[in-house]
Design a protein around this ligand. Sequence first.
Ligand code: ADP
Ligand code: MG
Length: 334
Amino acid sequence: MISFKHVTKSYDGDKKAVNDVSFEVESGEIVIFLGPSGCGKTTLLRMVNKLVHLSSGEIYVDGQSISELDNIELRRKIGYVIQSNGLFPNMNIEDNVMVVPDLLKWGSKKKKARYNELMNLVGLDPKEFRKRYPSELSGGQQQRVGVARALAADPPLMLMDEPFGALDPLIREHIQDEFLEIQRKVKKTILFVSHDIDEAIRMADKIVLMRDGEIMQYGTPSEILMKPNSEYVSDFIGKDRAIKMLSLHTIQELNDDIGLLECKEDIADSKQIYLHADLKNTLSMLLNQEAEQVCVYDDENKIRGAITIDLVQQFLHVKLGKKRNAVQEAVVTG
Ligand code: ADP
Ligand code: MG
């Protein structure tokens, strides 16, 4: 667990880049520091591995104050990934991934095995890339190598500063999904900086929403979407709150909450839709469909019921707890 207690940083003058910030992060969670450029996200992140020194307050990692820890010892427990991947251009991929194990003086057999394991984990062929140089790789591949390198010595904590920010949107979504898949396997505690609300909603267990060095709201994506605590937070979420909300829930959850309808007739030419589909994709499919209802399948291809635009709307009413036509809001603004 990581505890931030009254953490404050002023670089110079009176202006505080981070101002009296306190919150806690549970082990194994992805917590995203979210907010506009200049609000203090990077500063807050870099205080954890002491690349930036605290002006006052304290940060505890597993109960131990970081000010009592030696920098080298602390950084060994922390993987660090940045936007401009930070790979060494003059080192081949294997040497890049093995930078920390090298420092830790691992034997060559152990290193080779770990290199192979990590490259497979991030979806790159170990053999194919071993002797290549960073400049020979695409942006997405370089970021994967950056992630592999940060994971090399199996640190319990990862700091990631807009790691996918430089990638184009389609690749970014893909690599976000891959990264979540990796996280399901490795279960690290991850502090992740982003200015992109969609990325935060997609990836975060909790969001720290910041403005001018202060925390405006700390909560799960769903809490922040459902109960924004201020106009600032609502504005940051934007007008398509309902549609963002839908992307957080699946047909399965709708079924658990309010139940599906009876499937009257399976329309042969309609796209198949599955219980695990998210409701944003479901709505978009329903809107493109002539039929009034679409039958829903489980993973064994058994029909489990039917879904309609109306039903999605009812679910949103329950979640957002209001009578407004939330689907209309979603469609008009989304
Ligand atoms: P973010 O990552 O949210 O864009 P930063 O943490 O980089 O924000 O910056 C927060 C504030 O601190 C900004 O006003 C920025 O100009 C200032 N700042 C950041 N780094 C330094 C530095 N090394 N020296 C002086 N001011 C800095
Ligand atoms: Mg930053």
